[in-house]
Design a protein around this ligand. Structure first.
Ligand code: AMP
Ligand code: ZN
Length: 110
């Protein structure tokens, strides 16, 4: 079994509060939310980080980004912040590429 935390969530070996899912991405609530809305948009393919992106990944990256408008609308959001942390020095804790979606009155500063 993969040791990757997010691969384990994708494979339903670990629980998560899943908001939506299809065959390419899964969206679930961050376990330690930094704002009242804090979702993680996670491609199901295991890409470690932006540093490991290859041209063949362009479809999945665009797919994950293009999920945002519908997701935001479903959450009743008109605005939100998206963050991708890369590498330990960039604040990345989980080595599986993911996009943070943060929103709410308590949105942390940049
Ligand atoms: P990053 O620091 O960009 O790698 O983000 C990883 C995020 O995953 C952090 O915001 C964590 O709070 C979140 N996280 C860690 N474990 C879990 C989990 N089991 N379920 C949901 N979110 C998690
Ligand atoms: Zn993974």
């Amino acid at each position: 079994m993969s040791e990757c935390l997010f691969c384990q969530i994708i494979g339903k070996k670990l629980p998560a509060e899943i908001i939506q899912e299809d065959n390419k991405i899964i969206v679930f609530k961050d376990i330690h939310p930094k704002a009242s809305v804090h979702l993680l948009i996670v491609p199901k393919i295991h890409i470690i980080s932006l540093n490991e992106l290859e041209p063949s990944n362009q479809n999945i990256v665009f797919y994950a980004l293009s999920a945002l408008p519908k997701l935001a609308k479903a959450q009743g959001l008109t605005g939100y912040r998206t963050i991708i942390n890369t590498g330990r020095t960039g604040g990345q804790e989980v080595d599986h590429l993911h996009l943070h979606l943060l929103a709410g009155d308590d949105l942390p500063g940049f």
